[in-house]
Design a protein around this ligand. Structure first.
Ligand code: CP
Length: 320
C-alpha cells in the first residue's frame, strides 16, 4: 500500500480487518516498525476521533505523530493553478506540500468538500494536490467525497457481531437522518463503497426523495425512499445525514419523521445501531436509541485506532 485514499487502495479487506483485530488484541505487537519515522497529521477541518485515534495508532507503531491544525495555525492555502495570489490565500499548495514531504515520512490529510462546486469536490481537487506535491505516502483522514478509515472501522465493528443466526448475509441499512446544517456525502459514499466492495451483506440505502448519492459509490445497492420498509428485519442500521448530491450541498424542503426512534426499530431483527459521530442528539438520532444497549457508536469510535494502525502498518511495511 502506498496511499490510502479510498477502498481502491485497501487491497484485501479481510486481511485489513484481521490485522486491525490483531492490533486490538496486542496494540504494541509491531511497536518498532515505525521507529525513527514521523507522520504529519494535517487538519484543514475539525476532528476529535480521527485526530486522536490516528495519533495513537502511529504511536503504537513507534512513530512520532505531529498534529498540525492547518486551518487554525497554518497559512491560508491556495490550490488554484496559476492563481494570482493577491487575495486572502498566503501559500500555494505547490510550495507547502513538498515541505511537508521533507519533514515527514507519511502524511495524513483531513479536508472537507466546499459543498458549492460539485465538479471540483468530486474531482478530489484538494487531496489530489497533496498527493501530487508531497511526494510521500498519503492517508486520507476524510476527503471531499470519502472517509475510508471510518468505513474500515465500520466494517470491523460490524464483523464483531457476525454471523447473524439463521442468515447467510446480514441485512445492513444505511438510513438518512435529519440535520440542521448541510453535511458532506463522504461518510455515506464511503460506507456504500466499502460495503458493496466487501460484498458480505444484503445492503439497502434509505433516504428521502432528492438525496440520492452518486451512483459510482452506491453500485448495485437497493435504494428506497421508504424508511419503514427498509428497516424490516434489518440487523444493522447505520444512521447518517448528508446534503443533496443532485441539488449539490443543499438541505431540501424540511423532511419530517426520519429521525430513528425505538418505535421505528421495532420491525428490525433487534438491530445494532451505528453512527460515525459526532451526532446531533434528538435531531439525527433519539437519546433512547443512542443510549440503548444496541448502540455501537462508542465501539466504532474505539475501533478507529485499530483501523488506522492496520493501514499505517501496511504503508510502513511497503516502505521497508
Ligand atoms: N467520525 C469522525 O471522523 O469523527 P471526527 O470528525 O471527530 O474525526
Amino acid at each position: 500500500m502506498t496511499n490510502f485514499l479510498s477502498v481502491k487502495d485497501a487491497g484485501n479487506i479481510e486481511e485489513l480487518i484481521a490485522s486491525a483485530k490483531d492490533f486490538r488484541t496486542n496494540p504494541l505487537k509491531n511497536s518498532s516498525i515505525g521507529k525513527g519515522k514521523r507522520i504529519g497529521l494535517v487538519f484543514l477541518n475539525p476532528s476529535l476521533r480521527t485526530r486522536l485515534s490516528t495519533q495513537k495508532a502511529a504511536q503504537n507503531l513507534g512513530m512520532e505523530a505531529v498534529v498540525f491544525n492547518a486551518s487554525q495555525d497554518g497559512w491560508s492555502l491556495e490550490f488554484e493553478e496559476g492563481a494570482i495570489m493577491n487575495g486572502t490565500t498566503v501559500e500555494h499548495i505547490k510550495d507547502a506540500a513538498p515541505i511537508l514531504g521533507r519533514y515527514f515520512d507519511v502524511l495524513g490529510i483531513r479536508t472537507f468538500p466546499s459543498l458549492k462546486n460539485k465538479e471540483e469536490d468530486y474531482s478530489e481537487y484538494v487531496m489530489k494536490q497533496f498527493v501530487k506535491y508531497a511526494g510521500i505516502p498519503i492517508v486520507s483522514l476524510e476527503s471531499a467525497t470519502v472517509h475510508p478509515l471510518q468505513s474500515l472501522t465500520d466494517i470491523i465493528t460490524l464483523t464483531d457481531y457476525l454471523p447473524i443466526q439463521n442468515k447467510t448475509k446480514p441485512k445492513v441499512v444505511l438510513t438518512w437522518a435529519p440535520h440542521v446544517k448541510p453535511l458532506p456525502q463522504c461518510v455515506a459514499n464511503s460506507f456504500c463503497e466499502w460495503i458493496t466492495t466487501w460484498d458480505k451483506c444484503e445492503f439497502t440505502i434509505a433516504h428521502p426523495e432528492g438525496y440520492d448519492l452518486d451512483k459510482s459509490f452506491t453500485g448495485n445497492a437497493c435504494v428506497t425512499n421508504d424508511q419503514a420498509q427498509s428497516l424490516n428485519d434489518a440487523d444493522f442500521v447505520y444512521v447518517k445525514n448528508w446534503s443533496s448530491y443532485k441539488d449539490y450541498g443543499k438541505i431540501l424542503q424540511p423532511v419530517h419523521n426520519w429521525m430513528l426512534t425505538n418505535q421505528k426499530l421495532a420491525t428490525t431483527n433487534n438491530a445494532k445501531i451505528m453512527h460515525c459521530l459526532p451526532v446531533r442528539r434528538n435531531v439525527e438520532l433519539s437519546d433512547e436509541v443512542l443510549d440503548s444497549k444496541n448502540s455501537l457508536v462508542t465501539e466504532q469510535a474505539a475501533n478507529r485506532v485499530w483501523a488506522a494502525q492496520a493501514v499505517i502498518a501496511k504503508i510502513l511495511n511497503h516502505m521497508q
